[in-house]
Design a protein around this ligand. Structure first.
Ligand SMILES: Cc1cc2nc3c(=O)[nH]c(=O)nc-3n(C[C@H](O)[C@H](O)[C@H](O)COP(=O)(O)OP(=O)(O)OC[C@H]3O[C@@H](n4cnc5c(N)ncnc54)[C@H](O)[C@@H]3O)c2cc1C
Length: 218
């Protein structure tokens, strides 16, 4: 497990360039402006822009977001990167919670972990054999999910993967075993894209439904 995690965080801190066209495309397009206007600053590597041109926290890793806020602070928050360091107005005050990074808006990793928990849990509670109506409801959910997922670059890639022309990535919704394995394959597609270790899909049910046979989840 520790192995997987160290490999994952390493992969995240150095994303392979060719696998992140949105991220590097966004950075490149923002930084090319610097030819005309040197005051426009190159964004840190890995920062993804939203469709409105502002940095998209939900699409960006925690490490890249920290680099962005650090850069914005150094520059006195005078550029388009002002969003991440927006301060509350003097009449407002932040709730007096113990501030940890868990209490902050999600980045792409927080959002991803929570979402995979939801998606795999949906497969774990899916009927062993689904009726036509249940299959149709789940198909609709996945279609909408792949349009509405808040990390838009993730959603675009997920939708493209599902719509692969041969039809081999279409959701398999006949029953729990098929759907659970399909979701595991979908997750592995993202793992591969991010340079992470793939999960052995024979074990999806132990991970997400029954708990591991060695009893560690009892
Ligand atoms: C639909 C979708 C698309 C995404 N696209 C992107 C993207 O384009 N770019 C980006 O940076 N991030 C993306 N993410 C987020 C990314 O997948 C991870 O959630 C995030 O990087 C945090 O990873 P993690 O290492 O903590 O574990 P996660 O990948 O979040 O996995 C959580 C847990 O699930 C288990 N697991 C891992 N793989 C599988 C599997 N195949 N089947 C079953 N269980 C498994 C492991 O126990 C793991 O600890 C996406 C998330 C979703 C839901």
């Amino acid at each position: 497990m520790a192995d997987v995690h160290s490999q994952q965080s390493e992969a995240q801190s150095k994303p392979p360039r060719s696998l992140f066209p949105h991220q590097f495309g966004a950075v490149a397009s923002s930084s090319t402006n610097s030819k005309d206007d040197d005051s426009k600053t190159k964004l840190p590597s890995g920062v993804v822009l939203d469709k409105d041109g502002k940095p998209c926290r939900l699409c960006t890793s925690a490490a890249s977001w920290r680099a962005l806020t650090k850069q914005a602070k150094v520059q006195g928050a005078s550029t388009s990167t002002s969003e991440p360091v927006a301060e509350p107005s003097s009449s407002e005050s932040a709730p007096s919670l113990q501030t940890t990074r868990d209490e902050c808006p999600p980045d792409v990793e927080n959002l991803g972990r929570s979402t995979w928990t939801l998606l795999h849990s949906m497969t774990a509670t899916y009927p062993v054999k689904a009726t036509q109506e249940q299959q149709s409801e789940m198909r609709t959910f996945l279609k909408l999910f792949s349009r509405l997922y808040p990390c838009w670059v993730c959603a675009d890639d997920f939708r493209t993967w599902m719509a692969e022309p041969s039809g081999r990535n279409e959701p398999r919704l006949g029953g729990r075993a098929d759907f659970g394995t399909w979701m595991c394959e979908a997750h592995n597609e993202v793992n591969r894209k991010l340079g992470k270790k793939e999960f052995d899909c024979r074990f999806w049910e132990e991970r997400w439904r029954t708990g591991w046979k060695d009893g560690r989840c009892d």
